[in-house]
Design a protein around this ligand. Structure first.
Ligand code: IPE
Ligand code: IPE
Ligand code: MG
Length: 247
């Protein structure tokens, strides 16, 4: 697969972000504020996703990547982890049709090895069902950790060196991204984290080296299409220099 270069002149001209990545945080606190169990917050959070996906074409976002479960989230209680896994299974089963009809191409990044077989088969099915869609690209990071991703990529790269497919002398900064889970995606232009925490928690470390960041106080279940549009719009005022000098 090659990187999507199917960008119209119109899309190039707009100053909004082409790829937005979101760390959807704050579900637990949202539920606690209401005296409800944390899973209640996760359910409310899952409901926000469709609206944001569907607003992407309106704000010129061609790629949306969302952080659903990290490699560190297994540290949570068994009840919360099992509840989240059940939620992912139900969410995928329920949303497949709507996402497919909307025209979203869905991909998953992260390590599937530790996920249960039923969930993995639903993930594969959703990827296959939406493989021809082009309206927007939704990538769901599930059991994703950037350090884990880099470790897995390095292992694949080392295997290619060991069997003579890759010469170590040819390794440069274009090489590793070809082995990352995100190899078919452009780098994020804008990374949004909800819930007031100003950290990236092992999300897209390599890919976001030059991303713009927005840390906002809104808890994920309260995040709206309007706030998303406003963040995408203010992104256009930023001056991305990539180490160069302002023109
Ligand atoms: C984000 O919300 C969802 C996941 C990490 C799975 P949290 O569950 O982290 O919510 P807070 O941060 O505890 O409020
Ligand atoms: C990051 O949120 C992971 C997801 C949103 C899936 P966390 O709530 O797990 O991050 P920390 O623990 O606050 O760093
Ligand atoms: Mg959190």
């Amino acid at each position: 697969m090659s990187q999507d270069s199917n960008t119209s002149a119109n899309e190039d001209a707009h100053r909004g972000p082409r790829h937005v990545a979101i760390i959807m945080d704050g579900n637990g606190r949202w539920a606690t504020q209401r005296g409800r169990p944390r899973l209640f917050g996760h359910h409310a959070g899952a409901k926000r996703v469709r609206e944001i996906v569907e607003s992407c074409p309106d704000v010129g976002v061609k790629y949306l990547t969302i952080f659903a479960f990290s490699t560190e989230n297994w540290k949570r209680t068994q009840v919360e982890v099992a509840g989240l896994m059940g939620l992912f299974r139900r969410y995928i089963a329920k949303e497949t049709r709507a996402l497919a009809e909307f025209g979203a191409r869905v991909r998953f990044i992260g390590d599937r090895e530790r996920l249960d077989a039923k969930l993995v088969s639903l993930m594969n099915e959703l990827e296959e069902t939406t493989a021809e869609n082009t309206k927007t690209n939704l990538t769901i990071a599930l059991n994703y950790g950037a350090r884990d991703e880099v470790a897995r990529a390095t292992k694949l790269l080392a295997e290619d060196v060991a069997c003579g497919l890759l010469d170590p002398a040819d390794v440069d900064e274009e090489t590793l991204p070809k082995y990352l889970d995100t190899r078919v995606l452009p780098d994020p232009d804008l990374v949004i984290r909800t819930s007031g925490e100003a950290r990236i928690s092992n999300f897209l470390l390599w890919q976001s080296a030059y991303a713009e960041y927005e840390f906002i106080d809104t808890l994920w279940p309260d995040f709206s299409r309007e706030e998303f549009a406003s963040l995408c719009s203010s992104y256009g005022d930023r001056d991305r220099r990539f180490g160069g000098v302002k023109k």
